[in-house]
Design a protein around this ligand. Sequence first.
Ligand code: NAD
Length: 268
Amino acid sequence: MVDKRDLDGTVAIVTGAAGDIGGGLTRELAAAGCNIVIADLGVSESAADDDSKPDNRTHATELADELESMGSETLLVECDVTDAEQVEAMVETTVDEFGGLDILMSNAGIITSSPVEEMDEDEWDAVMDVNAKGMFLCARAAIPHLKDGGSIINTASIAGEIGAGGIAHYAASKHAVLALTKTLALELAEDDVTVNAICPGIVDTPMWRDVLTPASEESYDDTIQRSIPLHRDQKPEDMGRLAGFFAENRNITGEAVKVDGGITQDVL
Ligand code: NAD
């Protein structure tokens, strides 16, 4: 008998759920039978007047409707992953509403681009806070509820395994995510909680279109053709299918899987 978890009726928190990859993660997890907590900035009515937050309300509400039409129960939760109190509240609300938590899909992340020589401390700190500390805070809050059969899945990046010019803070934060993933896998094995990471390559999102492409000298499409051996970019749903695979399989832990069309194999 294969050790495989049936995801039907399980409960998954997805942070950064209103983003592009968040959409693929939530759709594929919902298709596998999960109920979904859509956690992000700017998804609640109370955030409407806060100019410091993106307005994700319409998109998040439409996403919730779509997931519900697939048979999933959903919950929208306003949560800044850098704020320990908000993260604790997100987990408590989930457990109160759904009666438990099975999967933490830690996905919220940000990027900016500057060479180290021009990068100020605030820029470094902001990226490290969301991408690295945010995943620590979410894991710490979720662990007490994940015992016996739970899963933590962290969205890292291929920049978690290699250097990446112009995004030292981002690469450092994603290396930290992989270190956190491997360490949590060891710490939580006795409780039968698996911990794994997804390393996306190039997904057509604002991260690439608005930040990384303008910082390079070539177009997005040229980057895809030149740098990806399979000559196509990756899709949010690719990440969602891998998340479902990690959550179902009970004998994979401490792993990081690259979904990058072969970019990181091409060393010559
Ligand atoms: P995105 O900008 O579309 O989505 C990121 C989401 O995170 C947004 O909805 C944003 O509101 C949310 N977020 C930002 N700061 C937050 C905070 N403090 N608290 C809660 N939520 C916050 O970008 P994406 O491409 O969907 O990125 C998702 C993840 O994938 C990130 O961790 C990113 O580093 C990673 N990634 C993306 C790519 C890519 O090609 N786009 C490649 C490798 C890794």
